[in-house]
Design a protein around this ligand. Structure first.
Ligand code: MG
Length: 243
């Protein structure tokens, strides 16, 4: 199991409100939002609670048990952030995205709330593996706009599901079998909003190592403006044959 992590404050922000988690089996990015430093608190508290609530599960546990444990861990993380936001005035309304991946052998799980993303690179093809919980994504689903318009839409930042802003939240949780050589990228919108999928695909396929890919992705997002915090986790659950 190979993985690497990068986080960058970007060019305009005074603080980095993104958080990340990577322990070899559980991986996540969280993009916090809220006034002052609240976003930073929300994303860090969410990941801390999520990771403590989830693990460490038994290796080889039945798939449904892992799916259920991920869903419960997201709910507990939501409770923690929501309670903290209610406790302190400066934290009112804070929340965070959460995109998490869990690996057990050759099985992968994803849990998703918000607009951070997971991409899968398999056999040279890049697929966005999560669906954004955003207003523009709903408009795309209804056929009102296309991906291109969504990218420049004035309401592109409006998210329809976040962790910690409401008393309850439901994550999208799903699993799939990993294939040898698969590369999974988790990232905050500081990366995905700046780089077209084809650029991401090219950087991932051309880099000799995950570290090189991570450095090049951050550099490309900064070159493209880098207005937001940029965070990414890249992992390869099963090394390519002959690697
Ligand atoms: Mg962001």
């Amino acid at each position: 199991m190979k993985f690497t992590v990068r986080t960058d404050i970007g060019k305009l922000r005074e603080i980095n409100e993104d958080s990340w988690l990577a322990d070899g089996r559980l991986f996540a990015v969280a993009d916090g939002m809220g006034g002052h430093n609240a976003g930073e608190i929300a994303s860090a508290l969410a990941l801390e609670t999520f990771s403590a609530a989830f693990g460490p599960p038994v290796q080889g546990a039945p798939g449904e048990a892992v799916t259920e444990a991920l869903a419960v861990a997201v709910k507990l993380a939501n409770d923690a952030v929501y309670a903290e936001a209610a406790r302190k005035k400066a934290y009112a309304g804070m929340g965070t995205t959460l995109t998490a991946a869990y690996v057990d052998g050759d099985e992968l799980w994803l849990a998703q709330v918000g607009d951070s993303r997971a991409y899968l690179l398999r056999d040279g093809q890049l697929t966005q593996w999560t669906v954004d919980h955003t207003l523009v994504q709903e408009m795309i689903a209804r056929g009102e706009i296309d991906e291109e318009l969504a990218r420049i839409h004035p309401l592109k930042h409006v998210i329809t599901r976040a962790l910690g802003t409401y008393p309850t939240v439901t994550a999208d949780v799903f699993s799939w079998p990993a294939k040898r050589g698969d590369i999974v990228l988790l990232c905050s919108d500081g990366l995905s909003a700046k780089l077209e999928p084809d650029i991401i695909r090219r950087i991932l396929t051309q880099a000799a190592t995950l570290d090189e890919a991570a450095d090049n992705l951050v550099a490309a997002a900064l070159d493209a403006g880098g207005e937001d915090n940029i965070t990414l986790v890249i992992m390869q659950p099963l090394e390519a044959a002959g690697a």
